[in-house]
Design a protein around this ligand. Structure first.
Ligand code: ZN
Length: 250
């Protein structure tokens, strides 16, 4: 019973952060301030009142339409909020009530935001990578007994894809991907970052082949979303996968 109440609380917390992520997704690529001016309707400019700003619930209550002009509100808002809320609950359920879970939740939010931005603009904003770097430093301090695993994690994949980036002239991986795998490696440590990278590449190549079959999209590929999927699976199940694998080969 207590777990359910805590779960609901974590979900609410997740959708509130999720609505901030929506602001980031819109404003970071446009270089707009994240704090000033309140949200408004994209078609009539109606300034949202406080009771229009409940994440997820306002959208459901208004039926996805603006209160004033009836214009459709992008489905992106409730989807990002719901994903963030559900994932916070899953991360805490899998990982327990501890500091690591808080860091992982924040890491997931950063990955979700950069995935949408990278998907649209082929660019991972430097500010998000700096945010993940800060999480990595905090994680290394919290987990000081294994500090070297985090430092090795910083270099484990980033050096490898920096070489590919350099040799391929930025066609296979972008500079943002290199930085992402460095700072994310600092958060999760070298074992999980290597595993996450391979999962991300496998998921990426499968989805990319399907997308190329379905439409005649070019070969331009934003890697951020796939690396993020890999990292998310890594922080949730990485240790279980590695333990299973090690017991299997030994
Ligand atoms: Zn409107």
């Amino acid at each position: 019973m207590v777990d359910i109440i805590i779960g609901i609380f974590i979900f609410m917390y997740g959708i509130v952060i999720g609505s901030f992520l929506n602001v980031c997704i819109l404003r970071i690529p446009a270089h707009e301030s994240l704090s000033k001016k309140r949200s408004h309707c994209m078609s009539c400019g109606y300034q949202l009142k406080w009771y229009d700003l409940f994440p997820l619930f306002s959208y459901l209550f208004l039926g996805g339409k603006c209160r004033k002009c009836g214009a459709h509100i992008s489905k992106q808002y409730p989807i990002i909020e719901a994903i963030n809320g559900v994932m916070y609950v899953i991360i805490v359920m899998v990982n327990g009530y501890n500091y690591e879970s808080v860091i992982y939740c924040l890491l997931f939010s950063a990955l979700l935001t950069l995935s949408v931005i990278d998907f649209r603009t082929y660019e991972i904003p430097i500010g998000i990578n700096i945010f993940i770097l800060v999480l990595g430093v905090i994680m290394t301090i919290i987990d000081y007994k294994h500090w070297y695993e985090h430092i090795i994690g910083f270099f484990a994949i980033s050096i490898f894809i920096y070489i590919i980036y350099y040799v391929s002239d930025g066609k296979a991986f972008g500079g943002g991907d290199v930085k992402l795998m460095a700072v994310a490696g600092l958060v999760v440590g070298w074992k999980i970052v290597i595993l996450s990278f391979f999962i991300g590449c496998i998921v990426g190549s499968i989805i990319h082949v399907i997308r190329m079959r379905l439409s005649d999209e070019g070969s331009m590929l934003a890697m951020g979303p796939y690396l993020s999927i890999g990292l998310t699976i890594g922080i949730l199940f990485g240790n279980s996968i590695l333990n299973w694998y090690l017991s299997y080969i030994m």
